[in-house]
Design a protein around this ligand. Structure first.
Ligand code: M6R
Length: 358
């Protein structure tokens, strides 16, 4: 079943090109997004995304797109917090729950709270017929295929694709999509599987080459700004859960508000410093880390990249699609580190694939 891969996690990371193709299959017609599941719902006046773990990070990532391209106010909530708060609902609210398994207890509880409050619920799930799928008013399936590894990888990729398609669908209906997005997004997205097929082995090679030097670190920071902030959170989660190295994901600009006190030569930073409009801001945050003796690995694009200990060059792709390369880079970094340290990658200690109890 592992198709020659050593672990399910590695197999699933390498399935991401196919996952993107499968997510798009039947959902793009004549250059437009077709998501009939959304047709039965009003365009939300406000969207509350509720999820846990990796699915929560996908929701955070989507907030940037939904606000900018579809002009929908978005709040993203950790399900275990949402369920015990006394939330205020508005008449044109929509609750979007994201769950690979569709069985996560806290996310399911959020569905039931929304149901009680009479708020429409849209589920974004991978497992067909799962509890969250059944109890939601509408379901969009991610079609990523079974995810066996406890560490979720391809599911996040599929969630990002579908969240992007939802944004394009609502943005088109509202007439808020920027021209460049209309012209380029779908075309560039369709290229992504080919780009990934070509580059995943290279990304893996780089991840592997970094392990030895950084395997003695007790802690890591993962830093990003904008849409790279949720990916920094995801990178830190992946490293923690399978290699057991402590890692914290932070918004780069928050470092100076306290965490930078921890930086020393034994506390490395994994940064996302890609060629986007926030690069200069990230570069100055990284200088502050370097001034305290911190070592830095940075994901960069060719060209204007900050000088760091390890520049990890990713191919430059259009706009937010950069995330589809950042994601496997942080996944493979965690994977190779865990393998190097001899950890049980597919069955990390203390963890279950779906958290069906509180
Ligand atoms: O099945 P779900 O997407 O609802 O699961 C949510 C989390 O339990 C899950 O993403 C978990 O954080 C993974 N172990 C992350 O790799």
């Amino acid at each position: 079943q592992k198709d020659g891969y050593k672990h399910f996690m590695l197999k699933e990371i390498f399935e991401q090109p196919k996952v993107i193709r499968d997510c798009l299959a039947g959902r793009i017609q004549k250059g437009r997004v077709v998501l009939t599941e959304l047709d039965a719902l009003d365009i939300p006046g406000r969207l509350t995304i509720v999820a846990c773990g990796t699915s929560y990070h996908a929701g955070l990532w989507a907030k940037y797109l939904l606000e900018s391209w579809a002009r929908i106010p978005v709040q993203v909530e950790i399900a275990s917090e949402f369920r015990y708060r006394d939330s205020v609902f508005l008449p044109d609210d929509l609750i979007l729950t994201i769950s690979q398994s569709g069985e996560t207890a806290d996310t399911l509880a959020a569905v039931r709270i929304a149901h009680e409050a009479g708020v429409p619920i849209l589920g974004l799930c991978n497992v067909v017929g799962s509890s969250i799928a059944r109890e939601s008013d509408q379901v969009v399936y991610t079609q990523a295929g079974p995810e066996i590894s406890v560490a979720s990888t391809k599911a996040m990729c599929s969630q990002m694709v579908l969240l992007l398609l939802m944004t394009l669908s609502w943005g088109a209906r509202k007439g808020t999509l920027p021209e460049e997005v209309k012209e380029r997004c779908l075309e560039e997205l369709a290229e992504m599987p080919t780009t990934l097929e070509r580059d995943l082995p290279v990304i893996r090679g780089k991840a592997r080459s970094l392990c030895q030097e950084y395997s003695d670190a007790k802690s890591f920071f993962f830093l990003g700004r904008g849409q790279n902030f949720p990916l920094a959170l995801e990178g830190a989660l992946k490293l923690k859960e399978i290699s057991y190295i402590h890692a914290e994901g932070y918004a780069s600009g928050e470092m100076k508000h306290g965490p930078i006190a921890l930086i020393d030569p034994q506390f490395p930073t994994f940064a996302m410093a890609l060629g986007d409009e926030l690069l200069q801001k990230v570069a100055s945050n990284l200088q502050e880390v370097q001034a305290r003796g911190g070592r830095i690995i940075a994901l960069v694009n060719p060209g204007a990249a900050p000088a760091v200990d390890e520049s990890w060059v990713l191919p430059d792709v259009w706009g937010p699609l950069k995330s589809f390369l950042v994601l496997p880079a942080v996944q493979l970094f965690a994977y190779e580190m865990a393998v190097y340290l001899g950890k049980d990658v597919d069955q990390p200690r203390n963890l279950a694939k779906s958290v069906t109890v509180e």
